[in-house]
Unconditional design. Structure first.
Length: 130
């Protein structure tokens, strides 16, 4: 399947006339995309044949409670992010004020790099949670 046509193939039944005409012309020339559309069609029919499924009793309440717990915990990365940012600013200021003294230069660079690493780690952690 051609990557540039993937989104169009997935939304084939909902395409506007112009997009569908363009895609149909491509499908006549591309057996991979034609096969992919056929596969999507079979999957759609298979899922439709399953019919509507009912969630187990208590599922909605359980899901709502879990989402509420997650929302309550979600402030932690933001607070830590703020603290790391403030520490970074303070360490940078401290390092600049002592930059004339070479004895402080290496420890300051190490602390600043450590602060940036912690901040980047928190950002990555926060992205994984969302």
């Amino acid at each position: 399947m051609c990557p540039e046509y993937e989104d169009l193939l997935v939304a084939y039944d909902a395409l506007e006339r112009e997009e569908r005409t363009h895609l149909d012309a491509h499908l006549k020339l591309c057996p991979r995309c034609s096969d992919y559309l056929l596969l999507l069609s079979h999957l759609d029919k298979s899922f439709s044949a399953l019919g509507a499924m009912k969630a187990p009793s208590g599922f909605r309440r359980s899901l709502s409670e879990r989402l509420d717990r997650e929302r309550k915990l979600s402030f932690v990365p933001e607070v830590l992010d703020f603290l790391v940012g403030v520490s970074f600013i303070l360490l940078t200021g401290l390092g600049l004020s002592h930059a004339v003294n070479e004895a402080y230069l290496l420890p300051t660079v190490i602390l600043v790099l450590f602060g940036l690493s912690v901040w980047a780690g928190l950002q990555a952690y926060n992205e994984l949670r969302t």
